[in-house]
Design a protein around this ligand. Structure first.
Ligand code: ADP
Length: 863
């Protein structure tokens, strides 16, 4: 039977499938040429060989050389990468009996960010010509990121975030699903990667030496560690020098990389030695092992293509990064030819969104100017100093929590006669290679988490980047042709930057790390192999924090049942504790708490800044020439009208506010957004000045959390006095909100603060109500556990308490009149809990709610 006859006999569904398959195949064939031009392509056989011969391969390759997309494809057809059936037990005469299942067969590629995991999976599926993830049972490429598991039974190559692998390790500490784990972007050195490397080393160690157990039953696990920068010396020693690691903390330099002996190896790596470094032999008596106990480590260096990039600095320090970045974009757009896309590195989503609005204003003013002139009095464009016709602008933001379909636009073809302006966080530094870039604008900032254990202060701050990050950023301009990098800081500031990026483990809150280790029954955290030893004070603070959340047993420090459940929930420990607490109550409480936790699990807030909105709205009505005029007027001290008409957004938003609670305000907003009565959600967001992007992410998170919390696994038994009866009407609503706040206390009570005038140091001196004399003087609240003076963040609904004492009672849809009992003489609530403490000019509590101290005492805390 001819192929044509076969096709015509097929049912229509079969034909559609066949057509889809051939479309996928054609696309893959078309992409093969591009793949073959990648710098990594000629190294395919060398990579295969080295992985065959070693347990671990360390691979350094410049960004864009093809590591993330090609290495899994090079390896997936290797013999060692096939799934193997394993037998449960052997009889006394050695004969095998009973079949349990398979081990291996999959390759995991870990990414520090979800955006990279999903976009790489999409790309690799296209290159192979297979559908992506769960869309087809035959798909061989999938991904798994928090709140989105997209794999099929046939998935062979699975991209996942390092956090997801940690979750999988909780279910199977031998990672029996996989033949190979590729750890990508290891130079970023997030805490999760450090943990993963420790677990991988333990899997490799198992089975070596007498008496070890090996849950993989001899089926090897291959490990590939990849980095865009050359410093792999520490990682080499971490694996190869198994015997000489300071595992018990005896010779560790606290807060330093414990492997001081790696100096010479480091130098060798920095010189890009392409030869295999022999595994290090340990000679000390106590750690003596036979040489074949050592893990064998190979190495490989792939040189990328790099054209020269000219670096420009500002002549004076920049005071307004956004304005300067915008000016630079305009300069580039008006004075440089196409092709030449622009990549701007900014610190975070808020900065990106602000610059995005400025760019849109500029783009629409261009469109205006390019229309035929309506006022005959205006001179033609070119006479006003502009070229005849400028290209159009396409403005694309890029940050971690951006929905997948918006991320994908980075890789879609640019429309004709258009310049792309990509506004990105450090994601585009090494994680995602954006094509077409000739100009990089570097603000010199990124967001980093800093933890101050003494104050239990965990902050996400915009901080200066390191020199190595600055170099990566400028490198992005020279991938396809010579380019330019505009650093928005003076040259001296560059030389003052830290040389390398600090590992996150040295500066972050370690509660998650400790909880994960405890969940793996690592009793003494110092016993676990870590590439860099964390500071003791951070570890102690983490242990204390987990004790406060009932995750550890106060007598043994072992993990409790609650702690195990917390470790399996995909949110940070305090939020996980809140979710678990809600499970003691009726489903509507659980759902309310899930809504709040979903919103809190996003890094950014849902409310767009009204002031900048206002500015942008009025800016949008002005042409760029008018804006320029405004600027000149401002410089000369003249008044510039700021369009002060009352803002309907603020009025709409007020409907959502819960006077004494940011958490309940979030709940109001989410419930209104998700209500079946809200038909056009995007319009609703515009009306309320709320980020539609953030809300759609919250909906994804809430869907997953609802699924998880529906399972018995996450139920806590309710104590007999818990009231699970829900009342109707106003009293019911009141009771519900009070119960939700009590659930929040279970996770946030260590962050409780009381009016400073009531803080113990003051009352003891009989000064209640008078101005406090301590250094936290003007801070209205003082935390109970750390005696830290704190202010309410301006973004909080409670920020305006003092400014508007005459606010109507009806505005308070939280607690009605009952709240008054909890309000101090100043009109401010006596006690508050908060989710985050951020430190800018002073310590600010963000996401704050008023609570009653009695509730906390009723829960057995602060007694
Ligand atoms: P590396 O890991 O070495 O930085 P990658 O494998 O990520 O390199 O990228 C190799 C090439 O594949 C780059 O040119 C990049 O632009 C392209 N690429 C990567 N991801 C995608 C994607 N999702 N869509 C289109 N092209 C992509």
């Amino acid at each position: 039977v001819s192929d044509n006859a076969k096709v015509s006999n097929m049912p229509p569904a079969g034909r559609t499938q066949d057509a889809q398959k051939s479309k996928l195949r054609d696309r893959a064939t078309a992409l093969l040429k591009t793949r073959q031009q990648l710098p990594i392509w000629p190294h395919a056989e060398e990579v295969r060989q080295k992985v065959r011969e070693n347990d671990v391969l360390l691979l350094v390759g410049e960004t864009g050389s093809g590591k993330s997309t090609q290495i899994p494809q090079f390896l997936c057809s290797e013999k060692w990468c096939q799934s193997l059936p394993v037998l449960t037990s052997t009889t006394s005469n050695g004969a095998q009996k009973g079949r349990k299942g398979n081990i291996g067969g999959r390759i995991a590629i870990l990414q520090p960010r979800r955006v990279a995991a999903t976009s790489l999976a999409t790309r690799v599926a296209q290159e192979i010509g297979t559908p992506l993830g769960s869309s087809s049972p035959a798909s061989t490429v999938g991904y798994s990121v928090r709140f989105d598991n997209n794999v099929s039974p046939s998935t062979k190559i699975k991209f996942l975030t390092d956090g997801m692998l940690l979750q999988e390790l909780l279910r199977d500490r031998w990672l029996r699903e996989y033949s190979c784990v590729i750890v990508d972007e290891v130079h970023e050195r997030g805490v999760n990667v450090d943990l993963v490397l420790g677990f991988l080393r333990r899997i490799l160690e198992a089975g070596r030496g007498a008496g070890s157990e090996d849950g993989r039953q001899g089926v090897p696990l291959k490990i590939v560690v990849m980095s865009a920068t050359a410093d792999m010396g520490g990682i080499h020693d971490f694996f190869a020098g198994v015997g000489d690691l300071p595992v018990n903390g005896s010779n560790a330099n606290e807060g330093q990389n414990g492997h001081t002996s790696s100096q010479s190896q480091n130098e060798e790596w920095n010189g890009f030695s392409d030869s295999e470094t022999p595994a290090k032999q340990d000679t000390s008596e106590e750690n003596k092992r036979s040489s074949n106990d050592n893990i064998s480590v190979g190495s490989c260096y792939i040189k990328g293509r790099q054209y020269p990039v000219t670096t420009h600095y500002t002549s004076t320090p920049t005071t307004n990064l956004l304005d300067t970045a915008m000016d630079r974009i305009i300069q580039i757009h008006q004075h440089t030819p196409l092709p030449g896309d622009v990549l701007v590195f900014l610190s975070g989503q808020e900065m990106i969104e602000n610059l995005e609005s400025l760019c849109h204003t500029y783009a629409s003013s261009l469109n205006e100017q390019q229309k035929p002139p309506q006022q005959p009095s205006l001179p033609p464009r070119h006479k006003r100093g502009y070229p005849q016709k400028l290209p159009g602008l396409q403005i694309l933001p890029l940050f971690a929590s951006l929905p997948t379909h918006l991320q994908a636009r980075i890789f879609q073809p640019t429309p004709p006669f258009t310049r792309r302006i990509i506004l990105s966080t450090n994601i585009a530094e090494t994680s995602i290679t954006v094509p077409g870039i000739r100009h990089v604008i570097d603000t010199g900032k990124h967001k980093s988490r800093l933890f101050r254990p003494g104050l239990n202060l965990d902050t996400l701050l915009s901080t200066p980047i390191s020199q190595s990050m600055a170099k990566q950023r400028s490198g992005r301009a020279g991938r396809e042709a010579p380019g330019h990098c505009y650093r928005l800081y003076i040259e001296k500031d560059y030389w003052d930057l830290e040389k390398d990026t600090k590992p996150e483990i040295l500066q972050t809150n370690l509660a998650f790390l400790v909880l994960t280790l405890k969940a793996h029954n690592v009793d003494d955290v110092l016993d676990f192999p870590l590439l860099t030893r964390p500071p003791r004070r951070s570890l102690e603070a983490a242990l204390e924090g987990l004790l406060n959340l009932d995750a550890l047993d106060p007598d043994t420090s072992n993990i409790t049942d609650i702690g195990k459940k917390m470790a399996s929930l995909p949110v940070r420990p305090d939020l996980a504790r809140i979710l678990l607490e809600s499970s003691k109550h009726s489903p509507d409480i659980v759902e309310g708490v899930i809504d709040i936790v979903s919103a809190l699990s996003l890094e950014e807030g849902i409310f767009l800044p009204v002031h900048s909105n206002k500015r942008l709205q009025s800016a949008a009505k002005k042409s760029s020439q008018e804006l320029l005029l405004d600027k000149q007027k401002k410089k000369s001290g003249e008044d510039v009208s700021d369009d002060e008409e009352s803002n309907p957004v603020e009025a709409a938003r007020r409907q959502l506010l819960s006077r004494h609670s940011d958490h309940l305000t979030l709940l109001n907003a989410i419930q209104a957004y998700a209500s079946p009565n809200t038909h056009d959600r995007r319009a609703w967001c515009d009306q309320h000045g709320i980020s539609h992007r953030a809300m759609s992410r919250i909906m994804d998170v809430r869907k997953q959390l609802r699924q998880m919390m529906g399972s018995k696994r996450f139920q806590l038994a309710a104590p007999s006095n818990t009231n699970t009866v829900t009342l109707d009407g106003a009293l019911g609503a009141l009771q519900k909100r009070e119960t939700i706040l009590k659930c929040l206390i279970a996770g946030l009570w260590p962050n409780i603060a009381i009016l400073t005038s009531l803080a113990p140091s003051q009352t003891q001196q009989g000064q209640a109500g008078s101005q406090p004399q301590n250094p936290n003087q003007r801070a209205p609240y003082t935390t109970l556990l750390t005696s830290q003076g704190i202010h309410v963040h301006p973004s909080s609904v409670m920020f305006t308490q003092r400014d508007s004492p005459g606010r109507r009672k009806e505005d308070d849809n939280t607690m009605g009149g009952r709240r008054d009992a909890a309000v101090g003489a100043s009109g401010m609530p006596r006690a508050v809990i908060f989710t985050d403490l951020i430190y800018t000019s002073k310590p600010y509590a963000r996401n704050v709610s008023a609570v009653e101290l009695g509730w906390v005492a009723d829960m057995g805390k602060l007694s």
